[in-house]
Design a protein around this ligand. Structure first.
Ligand code: SF4
Ligand code: SF4
Length: 368
């Protein structure tokens, strides 16, 4: 089991982020050999201002590129966003500018290639971006955020962006149950095998993550060669019971990771000094469907569903393009959701560029 480094970082000033990232690399004994081809995988969910804490901060990406270049590595940066292409989102988040100045190549992440791992618990074959297979090492740079479906998005969940385009939505459709979706993410992480993960937890996202939550200063950078142990430590630091995170539970079932921070070697700052006790969690959302009448009732009345605001919606249909269930379309003069088809995956909520989608519990709405 890998050690998890916890390092303070008080701001996104270049000097401070570089110091924190390099300390994590030293504590994790991570130093790629000269000439190694490294793919750096930030979180580039949607085009967003770095201050919104939706995406990995460009200064964080810059610090990791500098570290890798100093080791003599050849660096490529890439991710598959929720919508738009990698290069467009990189330009709009400031990451493209950082790559150009720091001497890293920006990937297209358009071209899928098969990646197999015979030991996957629920999935043994993935279509990932070709650049993932061409790299000698993958270095993952997740943003620490709450996540409605997975409770937490951090090291393991960040690997979903290795799947280009609508492949991500196909996985949502195939693995609708959160436990199975978490197990699929662990299979994907095991197949990609990130060599090192640096977590941008300087400003994290609390509440309605991963897109519509609030930025929350945490002031930390975490690092580890072990993504499963890292997620245990990260969830504990923001007050989420690690065992309740589907990816942590699935990794534990697969014999890959611990369930509790007490089982995880940590170095750097004492976690008790930096734990954020009042970090707001994501509202509980589940997307199970099934023949059981009780399940159907729960789904129809208690599970939040996406509702589109007629005032805010600009009818761009970005949501319809990412919906794995084909549940969104223009009907009459409005964009509407077919709730009988909707699997409550919330991909639409993550990508709406106009903040027009809100997740609401149908039962509460009946009493308003
Ligand atoms: S809900 Fe958002 S993404 Fe969907 S059509 Fe309206 S503005 Fe576009
Ligand atoms: S409507 Fe939204 S929540 Fe429902 S299946 Fe489509 S993307 Fe998922």
């Amino acid at each position: 089991m890998g050690t998890v480094a916890i390092v303070r970082c008080g701001s996104y000033s270049p000097a401070e982020v570089e110091r924190a990232v390099r300390t994590c690399a030293e504590l994790g004994d991570f130093r790629p050999r000269p000439g190694t081809k490294v793919l750096v995988k930030p979180n580039m969910l949607v085009p967003a201002d770095p201050r919104s804490a939706i995406t990995t901060h460009p200064e964080f990406v810059r610090a990791v590129i500098h570290l890798l270049k100093d080791c003599g590595a050849e660096v490529t940066v890439g991710d598959s966003p929720g919508f738009l292409g990698c290069r467009q989102v990189a330009r709009l988040t400031g990451i493209a500018d950082v790559c150009r100045r720091a001497g890293a190549r920006l990937a297209s992440f358009n071209d899928p290639a098969a990646l197999r791992d015979a030991y996957g618990a629920v999935c043994t074959r993935f279509e990932v971006a070709r650049e993932v297979l061409e790299a000698d090492l993958v270095v993952s740079l997740p943003k620490l955020k709450t996540h409605g479906l997975m409770r937490l998005t951090c090291a393991v969940k960040n690997m979903l962006g290795c799947v280009p385009g609508l492949g991500k939505q196909r996985l949502h459709a195939l693995f609708q149950d959160p436990e199975r979706f978490g197990a699929m993410l662990v299979d994907l992480c095991r197949a990609v095998r990130p060599a090192m993960t640096f977590v941008d937890a300087v400003t994290a996202m609390e509440g309605n993550g991963p897109r519509n939550g609030r930025p929350r200063f945490v002031g930390l950078v975490l690092g580890s060669t072990d993504p499963y142990a890292l997620d245990v430590v990260a969830s504990d630091l923001v007050g989420i019971n690690p065992a309740s995170v589907p990816t942590v539970a699935a990794a534990h079932r697969a014999g890959l990771g611990p369930l509790s921070p007490a089982e995880t070697p940590r170095v750097g700052v004492d976690p008790s000094e930096v734990r954020v006790a009042d970090f707001r969690q994501a509202p509980l959302r589940r997307m199970e469907r099934g023949p059981s009448p009780l399940r159907s009732l729960i789904r129809d009345y208690l599970i939040p569903r996406p509702e589109i605001s007629a005032e805010k919606c600009r009818a761009c249909l970005v949501c319809g393009r990412v919906c794995p269930a084909g549940a969104i379309g223009a009907r009459g003069d409005r964009v509407r959701v077919d709730y009988s088809a909707c699997i409550r995956c919330y991909c639409c909520d993550e990508v709406c560029p106009h903040g027009a989608i809100q997740l609401k519990v149908p039962l509460y709405r009946m009493f308003r």
